[in-house]
Design a protein around this ligand. Structure first.
Ligand SMILES: Cc1cc2nc3c(=O)[nH]c(=O)nc-3n(C[C@H](O)[C@H](O)[C@H](O)COP(=O)(O)OP(=O)(O)OC[C@H]3O[C@@H](n4cnc5c(N)ncnc54)[C@H](O)[C@@H]3O)c2cc1C
Length: 218
């Protein structure tokens, strides 16, 4: 099956990789440049944690995701996920209904490695934080942050390098593929169209390109 995935943010690129692994030919479409500066995934860092208040479904997803982040660190040979812990603290004592309280209770019940961060503990472990201001919270130890823009860049390279399933390779191209395996079709940016009138601002130019993607195949 040929699948067109629209948008090469984290969801699109991981979907493309997974589809490819399952034997489908994938066309990943994005106006670019990649990672796209307007994409939610393009950032220095994003938190990867299981604390989601009372939203236990997210906690369950994080339990599956965090071991995969560790695997990717090994697989790509670079630290994309930094397991430094994630802490949520508040200015009053935690109580039922609070994000921190519900997170604490769920993480405790699901046997996560956590620490109760009251003022004394905060002062002891993180003296840069004002213990009078931040009184109560939870430190999730098996959590951290990912370098999300770098992750998308790395995964796009991975998507491109995966070989096309052999049944999908046209006969003419198949001869070539013995020497250099074909890659995932990735539709990425063509260079910005030359502007003849006054230069638009960067954000206006980007917004225009998102609205009407000009793509080329590599
Ligand atoms: C400020 C902020 C902080 C966040 N913090 C966290 C966090 O700490 N931890 C966490 O887990 N999540 C966090 N999130 C959520 C997370 O970033 C998003 O859920 C995730 O990045 C969404 O990925 P996506 O692939 O769906 O979308 P995006 O990353 O937005 O990718 C969409 C892609 O589609 C492309 N596109 C758009 N229009 C078209 C078109 N017409 N044709 C083709 N392609 C198109 C874009 O160029 C882009 O590349 C945060 C989000 C924001 C905004």
């Amino acid at each position: 099956m040929i699948v067109i995935v629209v948008g090469a943010g984290i969801n699109g690129v991981t979907a493309a990789i997974e589809l490819k692994k399952r034997g489908h030919k994938v066309v990943l479409v994005d106006p670019g440049p990649l990672p796209h500066p307007l994409a939610a995934s393009t950032d220095i860092s994003k938190a990867a944690r299981a604390a989601y208040g009372a939203d236990q479904e997210y906690t369950a997803l994080a339990e599956r995701a965090i071991p995969l982040w560790r695997e990717w660190n090994l697989e790509f040979g670079t630290e994309l996920y930094h397991e430094v812990g994630v802490m949520f603290v508040r200015q009053q004592e935690m109580k039922p209904g609070d994000f921190e309280y519900e997170s604490f209770k769920i993480l405790e019940r699901r046997r996560h490695k956590i620490q109760h961060m009251n003022s004394a503990q905060l002062w002891k472990q993180f003296p840069a934080w004002d213990p009078e201001r931040y009184q109560d919270g939870v430190l999730e130890l098996e959590a951290g942050y990912v370098e999300s823009g770098r992750v998308v860049t790395t995964l796009i390279e991975r998507a491109k390098s995966l070989p096309v399933p052999s049944g999908m390779i046209p006969r003419r191209a198949r001869r070539k593929s013995a020497a250099s395996p074909l890659t995932t079709s990735l539709i990425v940016p063509s260079p910005p169209a030359a502007t003849t009138r006054s230069q638009p601002s960067v954000s206006a130019a980007l917004a225009k390109r998102v609205a009407s993607p000009a793509c080329s195949v590599v």
